[in-house]
Design a protein. Structure first.
Length: 118
């Protein structure tokens, strides 16, 4: 799954760079959407990100491309590789700025683990 996000002034810290928390929120949201589309009608909660390392800074006006692909599927959980690329309007190329594995577990109405596939 692929998605894009434009970095706006409200996403920046007081130094003019993207807040890391905003990037993590977007990765979580976009990966959750991928899981929800792949397993319709199932309920997911995030249980882990394997690594949080911000490789490059991001400024206002940057366009971020999120690439999310399933890597592992268990009985009650699913993991995705999430890569985030930055491009700027003044440049034609894009650069990898963040990557992680994000894991979701499927839960029932009471929050108990439940199989992904019934």
């Amino acid at each position: 799954m692929e998605n894009h996000k434009l970095v706006m002034p409200e996403h920046l810290n007081h130094f003019g760079y993207l807040f890391g928390g905003n990037l993590l929120k977007w990765v979580d949201e976009i990966a959750w959407i991928a899981a929800s589309l792949e397993f319709p009608g199932r309920r997911f909660v995030t249980i882990a990100l394997d690594k949080v390392e911000f490789r490059k800074s991001v400024r206002e006006g940057s366009i971020l491309r999120f690439e999310v692909n399933k890597t592992t599927q268990g009985r009650t959980s699913v993991q995705y590789q999430a890569n985030v690329y930055r491009s700027e309007l003044k440049k034609a190329d894009e650069e990898l700025i963040f990557s992680t594995h994000i894991t979701f577990v499927c839960v029932d109405d009471n929050g108990n683990k439940t199989p992904l596939v019934i």
